[in-house]
Design a protein around this ligand. Structure first.
Ligand code: PLP
Length: 391
């Protein structure tokens, strides 16, 4: 066996720099409260925006699907055949998103690995926001296309870059819909206008927008009324939809082409029946009622207003992602540790995930939180904030 000394060295460097991540063990379902080390803790970490991760309607749908379809898909769909359940999910996504068609893949990460390398080759150019998610960056890395990275949400630079590349025939502008660390929203209307002017395709990764933005949580395209003007909507079923999986929605020929050639579709087995059934149930719940989305926003507004009143800086967020800005990484780690001692689970986020000096606690609000939960979180933030001299 080869020497693994380089791995040991890398691990000890992470420990020395305080970057070694100890992952907490959750000893039960994911909800407003979670059990960690045998104790119940208020959960401000999950992307479980609508509380669907442990919703009985989703779990019942998953159990029924296991009874009807078994546990696994058998193989990749292009070889072993597709289950009717996957097709049902794809029609539900297309209906929900208002697109011609949709494709389900195994995760949100896989959507970016499916689309970007398939559409873009070495003669082409990709315009990408500097704060785009790692999976978009990885999708771009899998192509030989030219890259133009524009400063965060900077339409002037994007316009200048499009102008510089005006002679390149195939262009793709790709952006997160909601940026996961800051909770701010991409300037999609401006991006779409530029794309139309320069004949570029637009792709938006709506992972943090679906279930959150737009009517009944239909996402960023619906939020801005841009139906029919965004070429590719990609996203995940693992956040607001509570389960697991990814989807790509758009024109029928795009989806057809992905089914023929996208590597995560061709070379990795399909999502499992219980996951797929849970996703269908999540979409049907949202189609029938926007109550969970309204509850999420009420909770987020209440929490952020109270934190502002206490004197906390909640950054530039426009969504239920609530960054509580603390400056240096040490302060953020100490803050998170003290919150945990008070039974509030909220992770600190520091460099390299966010720039140096912009460490924070990222509080993720959920429709599952009760008003008492939020009051407890606010009181605990106030207590720890005063102790550490942050407020
Ligand atoms: C913008 C974005 N894209 C993709 C993903 C990955 O989604 P999944 O967990 O379904 O792979 C995430 C999750 O963090 C995300 O924030």
């Amino acid at each position: 066996m080869a020497s693994l000394a380089f791995i040991q060295q890398a691990l000890s460097e992470l420990r020395d720099k305080g970057l070694y991540n100890t992952i907490r063990t959750i000893e039960g379902p994911m909800g407003a409260w979670v059990t960690i080390d045998g104790k119940s803790r208020l959960n401000l970490c999950a992307n479980n925006y609508l509380g669907f991760a442990n919703d009985p309607r989703l779990t019942r749908a998953a159990i029924a699907a296991i009874e009807d379809y078994g546990i696994g898909p058998g193989a990749v769909r292009s070889i072993a055949g597709t289950m009717s359940l996957h097709l049902k999910l794809e029609s539900a996504i297309a209906r929900f998103k208002g697109t011609e068609a949709a494709l389900s893949v195994q995760s949100g990460l896989n959507t970016n690995l499916a689309v970007i390398p398939l559409l873009m080759g070495k003669e082409d150019v990709i315009f990408t926001d500097e704060l785009n998610h790692a999976s978009i960056i990885d999708g771009i890395r899998l192509t030989k296309a030219k890259r133009a990275i524009f400063p965060h949400r900077d339409l002037d630079t994007l316009a200048a870059q499009l102008e510089e590349n005006v002679d390149i025939a195939k262009k793709l502008i790709v952006t997160d819909g909601v940026f996961s660390m800051d909770g701010d929203i991409a300037p999609l209307p401006g991006i779409v206008e530029l794309a139309e002017q320069y004949d570029a395709m637009v792709m938006v990764d709506d992972a943090h927008g679906e279930g959150v933005l737009g009517s009944h949580g239909r996402g960023i395209v619906d939020h801005f009324g841009l139906h029919g003007r965004v070429d590719i909507e990609a996203g995940t079923m693992s956040k607001a939809f509570g389960a697991m999986g990814g989807y790509i929605a758009g024109k029928a020929e795009l989806i057809d082409y992905l089914r023929q050639r996208a590597r995560p579709f061709l070379f990795s087995s399909a999502a499992t029946p219980p996951d797929v059934a849970a996703c269908i149930a999540a979409i049907e719940i949202l189609e029938a009622s926007d109550e969970p989305v309204r509850q999420l926003w009420d909770n987020a507004d209440y929490f952020t207003t109270q934190l502002h009143e206490l004197g906390f800086d909640c950054g530039e967020s426009e969504t239920p992602i609530t960054p509580v800005m603390l400056g240096e990484a040490d302060t953020a780690w100490a803050f998170s540790k003290r919150l945990f001692e008070e039974d509030v689970f909220a992770t600190a986020i520091a460099f390299p995930t966010v720039p140096r000096g912009k460490a924070r606690i990222r509080a993720m609000l959920s429709a599952a939180h009760s008003r008492e939960d939020l009051d407890l979180a606010i009181e605990t933030f106030a207590l720890v904030g005063r102790e550490l001299g942050v407020i």
